[in-house]
Design a protein around this ligand. Structure first.
Ligand code: LLP
Length: 380
């Protein structure tokens, strides 16, 4: 029996994202079972902000990691409690900051002194004190694609450790911001635990220095980044949250009253999503056979943008396998989902599943070429 409701797919307009809600629930149950006591797991909405998924995630008790006013509003609408919302981003606008202040979020993850000053000013205007954490750039190589590595030196994210004490001093000088603690994020799709161990060491050293300087904080946010198995989604539908959380629980020397915060995005939603598309044409080239499908880079940007490889399956054909370049209809050569992909013999009308697309798939879709946004089907 197929893992997909093929009959239901047949009568549905393609392309669309199919979400396996049972898998999402099982994934969340794993997260809740393994997250350290006294920690808060904030789901990173940027990975997928489909309201149906957000409601299930908030109902599981997770908090939210937002990067825009739009995400904050959506998180509140979908049931996340403001006290568990954190707000990151290098370019928060005045409007967005005001919204976050009025909602009463848990923490602003601040990325520059300039931003800190504006938050202070707007908090004063609103007659409140804004809780802030300083985002530290820990110079750790996460060994992932360079577009999604964020913790290395001199990129736009975070504050260099060498400049940290000036920033902490600045927080102390300002009267409408209160230092909660520190925020880190070293990158995304991290599949080795080694960068996370390095992060724990950096945090422990920083904590010693803080103690030495008499600075007390209650918030340590280690960001997100836990990777998923794009090659074997059926063998590894749920990432190893046990090892991941254990590493931090053991690795970080928390002080009394301190709470660990996490911001996983991809690891929660990636494997529950599949992009379903239909074969429009088979085109026999000189040396290649193309399967031209009705989904394009507007529906799933990752292959075009990061050379990301997703497992591709022909879910309607039982025919012998042939090798295809699976390409979309957009007028760009980068509009390809994979070259030399082995698929069961494909014919016009066959349904193709592009797997592990629950994260950064639907949320990054665009309307380039005046195309419609992809549809959505939930398993329940
Ligand atoms: N926290 C911060 C501060 C982040 O910048 C990110 C992701 C996360 C948490 C969540 O990371 P995750 O657990 O999902 O790895 N569009 C790219 C990924 C961009 C990630 C951006 N930051 C992709 O499709 O691979």
């Amino acid at each position: 029996m197929s893992k997909f409701p093929i009959e239901q797919f047949r009568s549905t307009v393609t392309p669309f994202y199919y979400y396996d809600m049972a898998l999402l629930r099982r994934t969340l149950a794993e997260v809740c079972a393994h997250a350290p006591q006294e920690s808060v797991v904030h789901y990173a909405l940027k990975a997928n902000s489909n309201p149906a998924l957000l409601r299930v995630i908030s109902a599981a008790g997770l908090g939210a990691d937002c990067v825009s006013g739009g995400e904050i509003a959506l998180a509140v609408e979908c049931g996340f409690t403001p006290k568990k919302i954190v707000y990151s981003g290098v370019g928060k606008t005045d409007r967005e900051i005001r919204l976050a202040l009025s909602v009463g979020i848990d923490c602003f993850n601040v990325e520059s002194v300039a931003e800190l000053n504006v938050i202070d000013e707007l908090a004063a205007e609103a007659g409140v004190t804004a809780p802030v954490a300083v985002r530290v750039n820990p110079h750790i190589d996460a060994h992932t694609h360079h577009y999604i590595t964020t913790g290395l030196s001199e990129n736009k994210f975070g504050i260099d450790i060498s400049q940290l004490w000036d920033v902490v001093e600045q927080v102390r000088r300002l009267s409408h911001v209160r230092l909660r603690g520190f925020h880190f994020h070293i990158g995304s799709q991290i599949v080795s635990m080694q960068p996370y161990r390095a992060l724990c060491d950096t945090i422990n050293k920083l904590q010693d220095e803080l103690e030495h300087r008499g600075i007390v904080t209650d918030y340590i946010n280690v960001g997100g980044g836990l990777g998923v198995d794009y090659e074997h989604p059926d063998e590894h539908p749920i990432p190893d949250f046990g090892s991941y959380f254990e590493l931090f629980a053991q690795g970080i020397n928390l002080r009394e009253g301190q709470v660990l915060h996490f911001e996983p995005g991809r690891s929660i939603v990636c494997q529950c999503g599949t992009l379903i598309t239909r074969v429009l044409y088979i085109k026999e080239g000189l040396n290649k056979r193309f399967a031209i499908v009705d989904a394009g880079m507007t529906d799933l940007m990752r292959p075009a943008l990061y050379q990301a490889a997703h497992k591709i399956e022909n879910i309607t054909s039982q025919g012998v396998a042939f090798v295809y370049d699976v390409v979309g209809p957009i007028c760009e050569s980068s509009d390809s989902f994979g070259s030399a992909v082995e698929l069961n013999e494909a014919r016009r009308g066959d349904m193709i599943a592009i797997r592990s697309t629950g994260a950064y798939g639907e949320s990054m879709a665009s309307r380039y070429n005046s195309r419609e946004l992809p549809g959505v089907m939930l398993s329940e």
